[in-house]
Design a protein around this ligand. Sequence first.
Ligand SMILES: Nc1nc2c(ncn2[C@@H]2O[C@H](COP(=O)(O)OP(=O)(O)OP(=O)(O)O)[C@@H](O)[C@H]2O)c(=O)[nH]1
Ligand SMILES: [Mg+2]
Length: 353
Amino acid sequence: MSWLDDLGDDDEPEFDEADVRVRPNPKANRPRTKRRPAHSDAEIARVLGVDRGRYTVLVDEDLPNEHTVLATRARELRKMPIVTGDRARVVGDTSGDEGTLARIVGIEERTSLLRRSADDTDQVERVIVANADQMLVVVAAADPEPRPRLVDRYLVAALDAGIRPLLVVTKTDLADPAEFLAHFDGLDLEVFTSGREEMPLQRIGAALVGHSTVFVGHSGVGKSTLVNALVPDARRATGHVNEVTGRGRHTSSSTVSLRYRGEGGNGWVIDTPGVRSFGLGHVDPANILRAFTDLAEIAEECPRGCTHLPDAPDCAIVEAVAEGRLGPGGAARLDSLQRLLETFAKKAQEPGA
Ligand SMILES: Nc1nc2c(ncn2[C@@H]2O[C@H](COP(=O)(O)OP(=O)(O)OP(=O)(O)O)[C@@H](O)[C@H]2O)c(=O)[nH]1
Ligand SMILES: [Mg+2]
């Protein structure tokens, strides 16, 4: 049985959270003493998926006895989000045997955190994945229609989180993506195109080796279809795009990590449910500029508080491009930077754009 079968199993007995209660600590600010060990027996496990308060975690990763364990969270963690990709500290029964339930007592420091802010269509800020170092933005050439602005929003979120973005255009059997792709000419973005009969699995696979890559994109663009092709035992459900609205139906409802095993090595693939919008309220625009290393260097000569937008007075980047100092690609790069900065600046006005 795969651990995926555990997700959505309604027959499990209700677990009483009181069972994992920890005693309140009246000396909360005192350093820990030997009498209250900080769960020194905890094992580090990778969170693969979360379903209604139950975490599927992988213990002894890459060791011969690697196995999945079902775990609940300790009360002492309160509302701290624990998400797919987190490295959790687990205690209790970590045998993974039928009917056992381990307990997450903490998480290790994260190397990255991808989240989206609350916006008009979703009032809750969501943490999507921890410790990913790549984001594969999936967009369809048609059905649903590609929306450059949604892709921009993903790119902004990735750059802000220090995650390297990649782009794949699916359904190239339905439409030619050239016009859409022209939007991204100025970015350092590895781009893949994929169609019903010609998925570039070798190329995408090569990009996954040694990385933790989160697949994001609007519902119905083909994220799970790609994941299934890349990870033979993934068995992710795939759905049909609603023909009337062109909108996907949100076939995937939870985020899961799956191991990619390629010729050149392994990696982690994280399939996420499609979203309609992507709030960027948490983003620091300085991080967007930082991702354009060549332009960021020039921006050091900009006046303080420079927006780098077309109407910015004395913007050093705008001047450098106008003088042709950045070569033929300079204008496209500046254009991309400005579009992303504008995407961020406009976030309040058009959250779903
Ligand atoms: N024509 C064509 N259809 C595709 C292609 N890739 C995926 N599809 C179809 O698009 C539909 C949606 O695919 P999914 O993989 O479920 O999309 P998803 O992005 O995982 O959607 P959510 O889980 O709802 O976010 C399915 O019917 C797929 O068969 C492609 O390259 N060409
Ligand atoms: Mg899906």
